[in-house]
Design a protein around this ligand. Structure first.
Ligand code: IVH
Length: 701
């Protein structure tokens, strides 16, 4: 063993300070300063040095500690059985070495050993205590011996049973597992936070930790958290399970979620195979995992192997490549989305993140750039997970070069040069180019042809894409110039379908003013508003020459919608498009009013939570088109509440007041019936399943 020189001593001091600081930021402040990869690299280096020079190990070295002391504000809860950590393996060789180590200690052949493999969930570890089948406390890991008592917060998680299922309850059960947030839940939470100028979380684990640390459990209740069990710490009396996998199945019977990926495998080959397969599936799981936990399945052998220092000898964590990396922000470009929203896109020095090369990441909007405080030339932390678009999560401010440049948001659309508008109270900046902007064209054409706009039969998404890609259609007017002889050249278009499309276009030329206004795709102008505008102005000319104040006089048109309409008609290219359409033969009877069923007239509806099949605004527009008023808060007078994923206090209130609640599936059913005029208007209200899932957890006691 060599004596450490001054260089090594300095390195140890620096690594410890950096790791301590990172730990504090990560565990106490929920505001990480290092990427996981950077943290792991430093910790590994420190471990290496300490292994080579054991005299340097001190009790307060970051290698010696499990977590951070509990926060004030929550009661301390002592873990009767300490919450330990796991040793890591970073390669298949290290995995095989683990199996060999275990086999040698047990004096058996490695190939004969069975292991239970599970995803290593990347969330917050918690421990739950049940006495006589009833949840009595829940705590975080804290420093492994004492955690924070967050029972009230944990009780808000639907995946945590308040009472164990089944008849025979053990006297005592302590279950451990991970609280996680799915990618979808995380995206929805952050989207909401960005809209409301709230705190945005860097990753699902921080979002889960922050949500569990809320002093008000009602806030926790609105967060999309899930609990998945992976360990039994105490069980009295013993239920006779001989293996870890049997215990997990038993937990399933008690009402816990355990990993659906769990598998029992044999020998080193089985273990390595599982790790490879889960690595391939990682991106599609919908939640973050940072590796695989491999446990000796036989509980008797687990006891025989026992523990060393702070980790069991019978388990190991195989770590996957980190989902966060640092790289340089080379430039920022601005993309035009479907609704004209301008999204700043980070052009990065290509970097491999969890097995995929990332060279672009979203910066969302101008507010996000401001929040991150990012400049071109900065070193930034990038995160990618599953199908989620890579994100810039942090700036390494201390690494900023002296020639870093400010990011300047454009004033004109980079695609069509139209003015970019940012309305008060709105996060997104948008291109005002509308139908004229090529980036928005495909979506605009889809909307133009849709059933409730010009209703062009047979002009679907695929066909529109083919037409735009070939540049056959640049404006909606070009549609009316299409000829059957040319259409047959398109994939899947025969003589007959080409002729049918031309006939459908011909038929669509005769429409109503309201449909025409709606078809233009002016922001926030849904069917109901379009009908009001048509009724109010009577002619297109009158509408096009209206001032903002005139527009605000229209029923249900406020300053925001008025501004959208005004801006739209002020753009010369939009006027050209309209003239062209009329030249192509589009016509309507002046002042024709759309007569559509309005079964919800006089009713007030509320939407809450995240809908999968549409945005809340789209849901709102469809309710309004049916005559409903849509409000932001639930009262006794509310006719119904549409509750999407992660619905919170509004759902609670609706349940209290007995307001009918529709989940998304029921809402879609209803909409279809109302819109086709086939409904009997009577509400279906809550189904039995809805009622159970939505009930206050207290009720289950
Ligand atoms: S078993 C004796 N199983 O990893 C420790 N842990 O580094 C037994 N974790 O604190 C832990 N998924 O937060 C186990 N399927 C899993 C896990 C898992 C995630 C976390 C847990 C633990 C940490 C250990």
């Amino acid at each position: 063993m060599t004596q450490p020189d001054q260089k090594i001593l300095d390195e140890v001091t620096r690594l410890r300070a950096e790791l301590d600081d990172a730990n504090h930021r990560y565990y106490v402040l929920d505001d990480p300063s290092l990427t996981d990869a950077d943290y792991d690299r430093r910790l590994r280096r420190l471990q290496e040095i300490e292994t080579a020079h054991p005299a340097l190990v001190t009790p307060d070295s970051p290698t010696q500690r499990i977590g951070a002391p509990p926060d004030a504000g929550f009661p301390e809860i002592e873990h009767v059985v300490p919450m330990l950590s796991l040793d890591n393996a970073f390669s298949e060789e290290e995995l095989a070495a683990f199996v060999t180590r275990v086999a040698e200690r047990l004096e058996v052949e490695g190939d004969e050993l069975t292991f239970c493999c599970e995803p290593k969930l990347d969330g917050v570890a918690v421990s739950l205590v049940y006495e006589a089948g009833v949840l009595i406390s829940g705590a975080t890991r804290g420093d492994g011996r004492t955690g924070e008592g967050i029972t009230s917060n944990l009780r808000t998680l639907r995946s945590i049973p308040l009472r164990l299922r089944g008849e025979a309850h053990p006297e005592l059960l302590e279950v451990r597992g991970e609280v996680i947030m799915s990618h979808a839940g995380f995206e929805a939470l952050n989207a909401r936070a960005r809209d409301q100028d709230d705190k945005v979380f860097a990753n699902p684990r921080n979002a889960a930790a922050g949500s569990l640390r809320q002093l008000d459990p009602r806030v926790t209740a609105t967060r999309p958290l899930e609990f998945s069990a992976y360990q039994v710490a105490r069980l009295k009396p013993d239920q006779g399970d001989a293996t870890h996998s049997a215990l997990m199945a038993h937990l399933g019977d008690f009402g816990f979620r355990t990993s659906s990926e769990l598998a029992v495998v044999k020998g080193p080959a089985g273990v390595i195979d599982f790790c490879r397969q889960l690595g391939e599936k990682r991106d599609g799981l919908g939640y973050d995992i940072d590796g695989v936990v491999i446990k000796v399945d036989d509980l008797r052998l687990q006891r025989e192997l026992g523990f060393v220092a702070r980790a069991p000898r019978w388990a190991i964590a195989f770590k996957f490549p980190a989902q966060e990396q640092t790289t340089r922000l080379n430039d920022v470009e601005f993309q035009v989305g479907r609704t004209g929203a301008i999204t700043p896109v980070a052009r990065l020095e290509p970097v491999s993140v969890a097995g995929v090369t990332v060279s672009n990441a979203t910066l969302h909007n101008a507010d996000e750039i401001h929040r991150l405080g990012v400049m071109i030339g900065d070193t930034v932390a990038i995160r990618r997970a599953g199908d989620v678009i890579p994100q810039v999560v942090r700036v390494m401010g201390e690494l900023r070069p002296s020639d870093a440049r400010e990011i300047v948001f454009p004033e004109r659309c980079p695609v069509c040069d139209a003015e970019i508008e940012r309305l008060e109270g709105e996060v997104a900046a948008r291109c005002s180019g509308g139908l004229y902007c090529p980036a928005q064209r495909k979506e605009a054409l889809k909307h133009f042809a849709s059933r409730r706009a010009l209703d062009i039969d047979g002009l679907g998404e695929k066909l529109i894409e083919a037409l735009v890609e070939r540049d056959w259609v640049t404006t909606p007017a070009d549609l009316f110039r299409l000829q059957a002889e040319r259409l047959v050249e398109l994939p899947r278009m025969g003589q007959k379908s080409s002729e049918n499309l031309v006939a459908a276009l011909s038929k669509a030329r005769s429409t109503t003013l309201a449909r025409f206004i709606y078809a233009l795709g002016i922001r926030e102008v849904g069917e109901a508003t379009a009908a009001n505008l048509a009724r109010h102005f009577g002619t297109l000319e009158a509408l096009m020459s209206a001032e903002r104040a005139d527009l605000e006089a229209v029923e249900e048109v406020g300053p925001i919608v008025a501004a959208h309409v005004h801006t739209f008609f002020c753009q010369p290219h939009n006027r050209e498009t309209i003239d062209d359409l009329i030249a192509c033969g589009l016509h309507w009877e002046e002042a024709a009013v759309v007569e559509r069923p309005q079964p919800l007239l006089g009713q007030t509806w509320v939407l809450t939570g995240t809908l999968e099949s549409m945005t809340r605004d789209q849901g709102k527009a469809r309710l309004q088109a049916l005559g409903a008023k849509v409000s932001g808060s639930v009262s006794k007078k509310t006719a119904g509440l549409v509750a999407g994923e992660a619905a919170g206090s509004k759902l609670e209130k609706a349940m209290q007041l007995g307001v009918p609640v529709l989940d998304e599936a029921a809402f879609l059913d209803r909409l279809a019936a109302w819109e086709t005029g086939e409904s009997d208007v009577e509400e279906r209200g809550v189904t039995e399943r809805d009622a159970k899932e939505n009930s206050d957890p207290e009720d289950e006691r």
